[in-house]
Design a protein around this ligand. Sequence first.
Ligand code: GLY
Ligand code: MN
Ligand code: MN
Length: 440
Amino acid sequence: MPAPTPAELTEYAARRQRLIRAMGPTGVAIIPSAREVIRNRDAHYRFRQDSDFLYLSGFNEPDSLLVLVPNRKEGEFLMFVRPRDAAREIWDGRRAGPEGAVSRYGADQAFVIDEFDKQLQDLLAGRERVFYTFGEHPEWDPKIAACVREIREVSRRGAAAPTDFVALETTLHEQRLIKTEAELELIRHACAVTAGAHVRAMRATRPGGWEWAVAAEIHHEFERHGMECGYGSIVGGGDNACILHYKENESPLNDGDLLLIDAGGEYRGYTADITRTFPINGTYSGAQKAVYEVVLAAQVAAIAELTAGNASSRPHEVATRALTEGMVALGLLSGDVDSLIADGKHRQFYMHGTGHWLGLDVHDVGRYKIDGVARPFQPGMVMTVEPGLYIAPGTPGIDPRFHGIGIRIEDDVLVTASGPEVLTHGVPKTVAEVEAVMRG
Ligand code: GLY
Ligand code: MN
Ligand code: MN
């Protein structure tokens, strides 16, 4: 990821200022970067920065810490980063070093990471609330706990020790939930490229092909746009579509089966999350079409609920009702729709939620309920809408024509003052549209 542009630096500074205001003058925030993770022996997984860290700095290196200290006279924004190291940089790549953290990332002061222990006591002394999420950073938790203990021991003679440790849910994560214009630009791009990748996958799919070959079409489309997967792609043909987190992508594609693809490209940290389910031979069978129309109607009805002021639980309620009515119409369930839902009978075929916040994390931060009540939608929130029906192979008592059909349809939707805006409209969705693209 390149160093931030001047406009991006301004955006990051504004985000930090918002957090500083939310913390109050006696707060201090300590936000660790992600670490490199070993895949096997000497090989690492591709590095992915911690989303909070990226959101506040755009800094994409491991082994770093970002500290915000309101009203500190030497500066409020500190970074602790890896030192410049000619030998390591020849092997592992460029490092900004403390100088670069100041000149290119706008830190007021920057130090090498090994300085953190020495500085910590000064940074915490006299601060009441520490915005740091314990339990997620095993390498830092003991150091921070020990430092607070030391300050407490000497506090009779000097500055008071912090009394509160606060997770970031009610400050930074609330901020991240409402996307800025700059974020929406990146999300729109991720959505547009991902939509193109799904269209490409539809065109590349044919009986006799392989799930991994279709996955490769999608991943090539991401990578040729400088993107990567925002999560593990699900490319599941036939019965595999009934495994919600199917990840092997290793089976042949059979004539007459459906292919479910759930894949999203990540652009500068922001991911899309799209699912489409289409016929491998280009034409839905009668049974497939019947189930598809039920899921599609539920999805369209749920999307309409993403209006400002509406409870954020509404899309799931509306989708659940529409799906359950459809399950009765298809003969998958029988009985009164309200009782079926109350008794959870729909869960045999619809066992997941209808959506989640989307942003830097595919399951993005932000609370769904406040004081136990579903929060209302606000402009700037982005949520997925992804109902589905999954009829496991061999389900007793169900018409065999439906066995092994798994269908999910997922779009990414922005709440605006004038209604829901579907950001992933570039992928066909109706039966006629999908079949036309596959013919074309
Ligand atoms: N791809 C993950 C999800 O749809 O939630
Ligand atoms: Mn998905
Ligand atoms: Mn999703």
